[in-house]
Design a protein around this ligand. Structure first.
Ligand SMILES: NC(=O)c1ccc[n+]([C@@H]2O[C@H](COP(=O)([O-])OP(=O)(O)OC[C@H]3O[C@@H](n4cnc5c(N)ncnc54)[C@H](OP(=O)(O)O)[C@@H]3O)[C@@H](O)[C@H]2O)c1
Length: 337
């Protein structure tokens, strides 16, 4: 590779993005972040993965969301991301906000997949090694595991910050009663919870009742994942399950039985509203998830640059009329029945 082949980020990269302040902190995050759960593993096309990170960065996406187990193979998304950074982004580390998480199954034996201190401490060292980073900007407890006392998990997060391995900490998918305990312990230790990460999209609105208000009341930012319901909130499944879709992939977490007639029908009807707004369904679904100012950022996934490019365009129309919101609510309510 010659010097001329080096990737040089675009000069106007920050003009494309809106940035939101994260809870009570001094950190801002892009309204849209990029997640590496799918499409960045050892089974995926490394060239496409590299191009997606470059495109995102060129368009103001400063936040990249990882976890120890992202792949497959588990861990390979971190390894690939580290390589992409080393090969293309030297000198740009301080322009990025990079997360990782631990708590789901990762390695064999009784210590490889829970929220114990044992797991978190080993995990962050493994993740730093795989990515080649000196520290993560935020490290999450990936889940409440149902057994480990929240006190133990939070103390591990606090110590991770004190050891300089992460700047901030967060919680992911914590039930409200456990989140309350976590917020208190972290605040008392002077390591407040920066971000609360939950699945939130038109088809899964549960966080509106508890998790979003609770995060806001505790000064935590809220970051939504799977805003397109893994692709169900796009036009992808309107005519069956395409062979190049997540639902069709052996390694995908969207199972074919989740592509129900009711959801496909709702997607079709939502798409009609989107089209009157001059948007694709995906763009409207992202705009809808961003409509609550307590939602700091929305983590999108993409399997190709064209999806990423189209989805970032959602930022061009994020306002809804009361009539549009009402029509959307009616469709979503009919789905619950
Ligand atoms: N904390 C947690 O436990 C947790 C759990 C899950 C996810 N997350 C985070 O959230 C991130 C995003 O999750 P997600 O990947 O499920 O997000 P998503 O945005 O709901 O789904 C992304 C998928 O939808 C399809 N898609 C995207 N744009 C499209 C378009 N314009 N037209 C047609 N299809 C489109 C693609 O799948 P195809 O392969 O079908 O093209 C893409 O990979 C993850 O990477 C991860 O960082 C966190």
């Amino acid at each position: 590779m010659t010097v001329n082949d080096r990737y040089i980020p675009s000069d106007d990269r920050y003009s494309h993005m809106r940035y939101n302040r994260c809870g009570n902190s001094g950190v801002v995050l892009p309204a849209l972040s990029l997640g590496l759960w799918h499409n960045f593993g050892s089974v995926d096309d490394f060239g496409v993965a590299t191009d997606m990170i470059k495109y995102a960065f060129d368009h103001g996406v400063t936040h990249f969301d990882l976890a120890n187990n992202y792949g497959p193979e588990p861990g390979s998304a971190e390894t690939n991301f580290g390589k992409i950074l080393r090969d293309n982004f030297s000198g740009h580390r301080d322009e990025m906000f990079i997360s990782s998480k631990a708590g789901h199954d990762m390695w064999a034996g009784p210590y490889g997949g829970n929220s114990s201190r044992k797991n978190l401490m080993a995990s962050i060292d493994q993740s730093l090694k795989r990515t080649g980073l000196e520290y993560f900007d935020i490290f999450y407890s990936h889940r409440y595991d149902g057994v480990t006392p929240v006190e133990e998990t939070m103390q591990a997060l606090i110590d991770i910050v004190r050891q300089g391995k992460a700047l901030y900490v967060g919680i992911s998918k914590y039930p409200a009663d456990k989140a309350v305990i976590a917020y208190r312990i972290l605040a008392d230790a002077g390591v407040p919870c920066l971000l609360s990460q939950y699945r939130y999209n038109m088809f899964e609105r549960q966080p509106e009742a508890e998790s979003i208000p609770l995060a806001a009341a505790n000064g935590s930012g809220f970051i939504a994942f799977s805003p397109l319901a893994q692709g169900l909130l796009t036009d992808k499944y309107l005519h069956g399950i395409p062979s190049d879709s997540r639902a069709a992939r052996q390694t995908g977490f969207l199972k074919t039985d989740q592509v129900t007639d009711a959801k496909v029908d709702a997607a079709r009807r939502l798409g009609e509203i989107a089209s009157k707004r001059g948007q694709s369904l995906a763009q409207m679904a992202l705009a809808w998830t961003m409509r609550d100012t307590r939602v700091t950022s929305v983590i999108i996934g993409a399997s190709r640059v064209s999806q990423l490019a189209a989805n970032l365009e959602a930022l061009n129309n994020v306002d809804f009329t009361p009539d549009e919101l009402h029509a959307i609510d009616l469709i979503l309510a009919s789905l619950q029945m």
